[in-house]
Design a protein around this ligand. Sequence first.
Ligand SMILES: [Zn+2]
Length: 323
Amino acid sequence: MPNLTRRTLLAGSAAAAVCARGGARAAANTAPSGRQVPGVYRYQIGEFELTALYDGIWYRPIDGAFIRNAPFADVERALAEAFMPADKLATPFTTLVVNTGKKLVLLDTGTGGQIAPTAGTLAANLAAAGIAPQDVDLIVISHFHPDHINGIKDKDNSVVFANAEIMVPGPEWAFWMDDANLNAASGPLKLTFRNLRRIFSDIAGQVTQFTPGAEVAPGVLTLPAAGHTPGHTVFAIHSGDQSLMVLGDTAQHPAIFARHPDWQAAFDIDGIAAVATRKRLFDRAAADRMLVTGYHFPFPACGHIVRTAQGYEHVPTEWQPTL
Ligand SMILES: [Zn+2]
């Protein structure tokens, strides 16, 4: 755009105003909606149809304790470079429905509207996608943090997906259901223990544990990815000659944790293992040029991971108008 000065821009907008005069009445009569459009994105892996459903975003307050092994000044610089607020981590939530043709599988269940006023849009987006909660056959959980399991129930503690079998990682169940671990936990971690007991205690009979590494439905493979939590699990979706890695919380917002893969966040139960898992999976995704999705990546949360001199970068997928 040569010679684009403020003067030419102003001249341009004057011309545009003249051009728009014919349509001015229609524009003036259209009131702003004041509402966001649905957060739904569909794509295919082989024969499988995938639906990414946006559950909103939480701006998580953070301070000097957030990254265990980096000065807060470095974190603040990373936030500024990512155009995030100085003291908050942008934490979007995206769940994924996989229609294998035989089963409708939901991977993680969102916040249930119980985390932040700006999150909890899963139910509306599920409806916008034309999926009824009772049509979900199987829920597979990556780990037991509230933003992944709270959507199993509504605010009144009623089950949302009435016909769904629920599968959870065995090591996750073993860690969080251990009363000794609950008693040893402090502060916010204790709340996490209490919350997941609220979710699971009266439906324990409907919950099946799997060993990470198992195939939980044809084409839906689980892979051990401990660190963030002791039983944190990721998923590999395979159909035909295509595949997708569902990274869960291997990294939260990629602008922070892909660019700084060595950072150990306060919410990683084993920070050293979390970093090792992140690098192992990111190296594989980058080397194999795999399509990946991350639960806390910007919506629609799918794309690729590339290696950079300092770490990694997430390259978002292009929005496709057709499947
Ligand atoms: Zn999470």
